[in-house]
Write a protein that binds this ligand. Structure first.
Ligand code: FAD
Length: 395
């Protein structure tokens, strides 16, 4: 096993670092609405123009056809460039990280040639319509129904927790097309144009003061059958492909970013007064121990990420092992921001935004989402138990 980066990787790293120095925006990202969408799409367009969009996407779909390791190097250079925003907080996230990859794996040629270039060029925003009020962890219980009428599906029902629905152009939508079939059958994965009549989007304000989420209501929404990805009633298989990207590789940027967050936290602990009211926080034994543990754990997360990438390169698709990384990452993310609040103390009550230098309270509040979104930690534990360790299913 060779754990060093190749000369080509190192050259790529230098190229990325130089480009980022010259092109990374320095202004803060607008927190919501049309301004946020414009900011995120402008950044995606800058990436595309510079040849940094779709680094690991195949060339035939407009990407650079480079390795996942090089994609990871890019994320790490981005995190080290001290950016005023994180890549995972972009409304281009779904298109780039699981909508686009699902189309590559399961879409037909027309769907790929229409949608993939638009995602990469930063022309469109995608969102995900999977969860419903009665179907989250148990996604296969979804009940939003779709009836075939001529060459269209007519969709009626409700989704919830749809991130960026308000600013999205397209949605990866799961609907029930055969209510008489067993629950994992009879589901269809369809591309929904969010401007279609009959869609009502109602934003949900979170405790972190963002309105990224929305409830989405569908009242006889007509979607062409040509938008079905895979076969009608075979959507569960397509959804598993989407979730394998979402749980396997989509959070790579965030995993890499966490190591820069821990270094910022160590600086913060040098600057802030510790619990004894005299010495810096870093001089406190317990805080120093937790900081050292966090630094070791982000290094372990980095190693797990590289191991996951190497496994995905061998098999072609992220496997259930991605759930181990997602689980460790989600819980570690929360520990890191809890530690930040313990260092800051009561000053943390002053609520700040989500992005930007020296901002800790907003991300702390947002960190609770890390053990829920994309499957809760309980669900990741079930996957690790059943599909990685091969333990018997308890029902
Ligand atoms: C930041 C964020 C972004 C999101 N974005 C989207 C999005 O864009 N699109 C979308 O469709 N959804 C999105 N979601 C929703 C997310 O996928 C669901 O919240 C998640 O799947 C859990 O579903 P639920 O909220 O219905 O909780 P439930 O499924 O009701 O779970 C409640 C509790 O029961 C536990 N539980 C449930 N079943 C089991 C089991 N079998 N074994 C052990 N424990 C179990 C869960 O772990 C949890 O603690 C997002 C969520 C977050 C936090």
């Amino acid at each position: 096993m060779n754990l060093d980066f190749s000369p080509a990787d190192e050259e790529f790293r230098d190229e990325a670092r130089t480009w980022l120095r010259e092109h990374l925006p320095r202004e803060p990202r607008p927190p919501e609405g049309a301004e946020m969408r414009a900011f995120d799409l402008a950044w995606q367009q800058t990436l595309y123009a510079g040849g940094w969009a779709g680094i690991n996407w195949p060339k035939e779909y407009g990407g650079r056809g480079l390795t996942d390791i090089q994609q990871m190097i890019w994320y790490s250079e981005f995190a080290n460039a001290d950016p005023p925003f994180t890549l995972n907080d972009s409304c281009t996230f779904v298109g780039n990280n699981h909508g686009g990859p699902t189309l590559m794996a399961c879409g037909d040629e027309d769907q790929k040639s229409f949608h993939l270039p638009r995602i990469l060029r930063g022309e469109v925003v995608w969102c995900q319509g999977f969860s419903e009020p009665g179907a989250g962890s148990d996604l296969a219980s979804l009940s939003t129904k779709a009836v075939v009428d001529g060459d269209e599906l007519v969709v009626t029902g409700q989704k919830i927790w749809t991130s960026y629905a308000e600013v999205a152009d397209y949605q990866e939508l799961l609907v029930r097309t055969d209510p008489s079939a067993p629950k994992h059958k009879g589901i269809t994965w369809v591309i929904c144009d969010m401007t279609t009549p009959g869609i009502d989007i109602r934003p949900i304000r979170t405790m972190a003061h963002t309105t990224d989420f929305a409830e989405v209501f569908y009242d006889e929404v007509r979607i062409p059958l040509s938008n079905v990805v895979g076969e009608p009633n075979e959507g569960w298989r397509v959804a598993m492909s989407t979730l394998s990207f979402e749980r396997g590789t989509a959070f790579m940027a965030d995993q890499i970013d966490l190591s820069a967050v821990v270094e910022d936290l160590i600086d913060l602990a040098r600057q802030r007064t510790g619990p004894d009211g005299r010495r810096p926080a870093i001089a406190d034994d317990e805080l120093a121990r937790r900081l050292a543990t966090a630094r070791a754990e982000v290094a372990a997360l980095g190693a797990m990420t590289v191991a996951g990438i190497s496994r995905t390169q061998r098999t072609g698709m992220p496997g259930p092992e991605g759930s181990m990384i997602r689980l460790f990452h989600g819980e570690l993310h929360q520990r890191v921001y809890q530690l930040a609040l313990d260092i800051i103390g009561v000053d943390a009550f002053e609520l700040t935004g989500i992005d930007g230098e020296g901002v800790w309270t907003g991300p702390f509040l947002q960190s609770f989402a890390y053990t829920i979104g994309g499957g809760t930690t309980d669900i990741q534990r079930n996957i690790v138990g059943e599909r990685v360790l091969g333990l018997p299913r308890v029902r």
